[in-house]
Design a protein around this ligand. Sequence first.
Ligand code: UD1
Ligand code: MG
Length: 452
Amino acid sequence: MLNIVILAAGKGTRMYSDRPKVLHALAGKPLVRHVLDCAATLGPQRVCVVYGHGGEMVPQALAQYGAQFVIQEPQLGTGHAVQQAMPHLPDEGRTLVLYGDVPLTQHSTLHQMQQAGEGLVLLTVTLDNPTGYGRIVRDAQGDVQCIVEEKDATPEQREIREVNTGILLAPTAQLRDWLSRLGNNNAQGEYYLTDIVGMAVRQGVAVHTVQPAQRWEVEGINNKMQLAALERTWQRVEAERLLAQGVTLADPARIDVRGKLVCGRDVEIDIGCIFEGDVTLGDNVRVGAYSVIRNATVATGTDIAPYTHIDSSIVGANCHIGPYARLRPGTRLADGAHIGNFVEIKNSDIGSGSKANHLSYIGDSTVGSRVNIGAGTITCNYDGANKFRTVIGDDAFIGSDTQLVAPVTVGRGATIGAGSTITKDTPDNELTLSRSKQLTITGWKRPQKGKK
Ligand code: UD1
Ligand code: MG
């Protein structure tokens, strides 16, 4: 049985922000949510978040996780922080301590800690420059003796390059006992979680160490420089994952994945694209430069030209979208649709082979198949209070600069003359138009400027 305690009480002074540090986003998601999401993959019995600053912002931001929130006030050190969680944890099994500002620890590493053996398990890392970290002190046999903080270390201990990441796994009943006996007689006057290691050793409890597969898994965030650097590291990891699967990236340094991007075979992504939430791109999809795609599915063979925005939409196969197209939530394009520049579509179904190639707004509409929507067509879906639907039948042809005042239905095969304002349903297969007749006033003269 596993409990997880996430320490998230630090103020984050060096972020210079009114928001608690752990709510700053990496890859579009608050730091502490990365930790909670990874924690959930271990199937814990209890998850306890120790928070401190920012009032109720942290519990409010994480309400959907069903975690236990415990306030630590004042903050007297990492040992004191874990102590706050103990009343909420059952004695059985083990407790894993994670950190809300160490966002990228991977399931595989934590799983390895669970497999490392009974007793106390520490996640450590060996650094070229260990300055600032607690050092892992080992005896001649290589067994861990204790952790000593930088500020309490002797010059010889400071030479040690194996350091404490802070992440540890301990038998809960023993952890409770060790924490109750912590003192704060040290350089910082804090209750150090790390002092439990020496206690375990004195009690003859085995201490195991595990190292993460990658250094970035244990990197913590204290300022915006570190946040930006870890963001780049993570984006590089995402880009390499895509490349390894055969996705073509014009530049792996110029793609941002803020969520989950799933790609089929022979997908090509040009520079500057952003993918948010859950995005699936089918085989042979091409995404043009500087497109932003969020929570969308794009089927096989669709070509997305540069500067296209797609949000909460479903795009069929072999469509052409953009450049400069905007698909807003609730857009569904059937196969072979063409949506061109400066066309905005919202909450609408566009049938197969239908085209809206220039400067249009299509909202709350059902558009049939093989429809041609001329340049500048607008569905007037909103009367200032309510929204209404526009229905356009198969094979209709909507002339340029038409306003379709909803609720309205254009019949199958109907043609609407350019420049029409359509307020009533139009019959199938007929030409309907609403514009005054063109007339010429012969002999008319332009006005002249008056003499001064
Ligand atoms: C701690 C470890 C050190 C380790 C380093 C790794 C201790 C005593 N030292 O040092 O061995 O190398 O992390 O980064 O544990 N926190 C609270 N409440 C508190 C104090 C801290 O929630 O009262 C949280 C902070 O928000 C932070 C984490 O615990 O997320 C670590 O605290 P910090 O003070 O930064 O620890 P270090 O001094 O860096
Ligand atoms: Mg500290």
